[in-house]
Design a protein around this ligand. Sequence first.
Ligand code: PMP
Length: 411
Amino acid sequence: MTPKKPFDPAACREEFPLLADPPGGKPMHYLDSAATAQTVAAALRAVRRHETMTRANVLRGVHFLAEAATDAYDQARRAVARYLGVADAEEVIFTGGTTGSINLLAHSFGSLLAEGDEILVSELEHHSNIVPWQMLAERRGVRLRVLPVTEDGRLDLDRLPAHLSARCKLVALTHASNVTGAIADVGRIVETARAVGARVFLDGAQRAPQGPLDLPALGIDFYAFSSHKLYGPTGVGVLWGRRPLLEAMPPFMGGGGMIEQVSFAGTRYAGIPRRFEAGTPPIAEAIGLGAAVGWAGGLDWAGATAHEARLTGRILDGLAGIRGAKVIGPAGLQNRLGVIAFTIDGLHPHDVCQWLDRRNVALRGGHHCAQPLMERFGVAGTTRASIAPYNSDADVDALLAGLDEAVARLA
Ligand code: PMP
């Protein structure tokens, strides 16, 4: 392997056209990457290359363009597999995004469950890792159990054994929280889940954009993430699962592309991954994602993570000095992403976001699709800043100055 170029924050930012050349010419302080990251130039180039040179449907035609498109789509699948540390690229299923992946899992894996079986989620989950399981619970009489979080916004793993029974078939937890930034202790989750024979699914929407993974080594069974948070196009994401588990699962959606043979006497389904990719897939988007993971896989993540941690530390320190500000999440930087949710006494998150928007600081305000977590902390919503490798000290300066100003003027 060629050694990676040491991480250079300014050079990294240059690779994101919207930040390097912001609309309106004013610096863009984009601190909302947990909602959607900016798209890396390599992904834009790959989409353009496909649209202008290889555009056709995949896995269907025999003409030159159809073959070139199919090759590019397959290459994207292999690039994702490499990023996930997965040897068998057919275990990688393209979906519409994390939400699509979890719905696929809830329908397909869920159809194998019996009444009275249990699924464990937590208070920390995004709605997309709650609602599909609730819908499954209604359909099949499966019982949903909920692991609490600690005061500092982490999964309360001390209480995990008490929430698992021999009926638990799936532990479905977030790898990293989109509110508190807490990164889960996967080893402990897997060990405890295995003790009762439960499978483990991790929602990787927030963790996957923070560097390559080794999913088989984590010991989990299923993983999901979205391209648009991983510097790639919108409209595509991934469900990864271990081959024997995927092969035992029935299809979720029926249609073209997912069959071996169709007749009115009966239909034979294709093997994985095609069995789970009914209809024309998001071809250009998957190709863009392939380029995005290629780019992310080549980044010096030790350097990028240190850079992000330093900026996160600056934000946490800055918030500690703001009257009435309170962080929901871990106080330190250990096992924590640069996702920082906070409240400020007397200020509504939307007002904070609007005030900061006037300084070109993009934040998120609201419940972050995590209403049970908001309820747990007794708030209707929070303001959230989230850090990506392309963020700079200037972004943090603008945030902290804007917050000082908002408190002085509005509180
Ligand atoms: N899970 C987590 C932890 C998330 O942060 C998000 C996006 N905010 C999702 C799931 C849903 O992702 P998508 O909307 O891309 O399907």
